[in-house]
Write a protein that binds this ligand. Structure first.
Ligand SMILES: Cc1cc2nc3c(=O)[nH]c(=O)nc-3n(C[C@H](O)[C@H](O)[C@H](O)COP(=O)(O)O)c2cc1C
Length: 177
């Protein structure tokens, strides 16, 4: 299966990256092809809301989003990876999701499998409530097929994350596919 990972942290070597790398290792062992995009390093402009695309057509913004679109429309699975920023996903990742607008129907029609990888400083049981709720709403609306979530509680920096159980959980999620 072809898997696209959208890595939404600006820290390419941070905690989100640790989960992503472990997920990719697990998925690769099972023979899956994984394409990773560090979206904060790409030129992705925000959706202008002009709807010139009609929710399915060329976007007026000419940037790296075209690369992500091509990859996603020829893939079988979408993985959203993000640090928790004020209880939601990073703005960098949300910007890519808003740009789904111009290929909304082709994306929905693919019925992609999906997963969520995320890390946060906090450990409270409500830490990921809002993000999980949003992810589940995306799964429903985009007609995705959720394969699992890794919610990294108490993963505030690289050391905390390395010593947590979550890298292994991410590996297992990849390996389970
Ligand atoms: C702008 C910003 C907002 C954050 N908001 C939250 C938050 O709402 N809850 C939380 O537990 N941690 C929050 N954090 C902490 C990060 O989620 C945490 O440090 C994470 O490990 C960063 O991942 P990274 O190394 O991949 O960038 C925030 C960090 C930043 C920089």
């Amino acid at each position: 299966m072809k898997i696209v990972v959208l890595q939404g942290s600006p820290n390419s070597r941070g905690s989100t990256n640790i989960l992503v790398e472990n997920f990719i290792k697990g998925a690769s062992v099972k023979g899956h092809e994984v394409i990773r995009f560090d979206v904060s390093k790409m030129s992705i402009l925000p959706c202008l809301g002009c709807v010139a695309c009609g929710y399915e057509g060329p976007c007026v913004q000419k940037d790296d989003n075209e690369i992500i679109k091509k990859a996603l429309l020829s893939s079988d699975m979408l993985v959203l990876a993000t640090p928790l920023y004020y209880y939601g996903m990073s703005a960098q990742l949300k910007t890519v999701i808003d740009r789904f607008c111009s290929y909304n129907y082709s994306l929905t029609g693919k019925h992609l499998k999906s997963a969520l990888l995320t890390v946060a400083w906090n450990q409270d049981d409500w830490t990921f409530e809002a993000l999980v709720s949003y992810y589940k709403t995306l799964v429903r609306y985009l007609e995705l097929e959720d394969q699992g979530m890794v919610l990294g509680y108490g993963c505030g920096n690289v050391s905390m994350t390395k010593h947590s159980k979550y890298p292994q959980e991410a590996y297992q999620l990849g390996y389970s596919l």
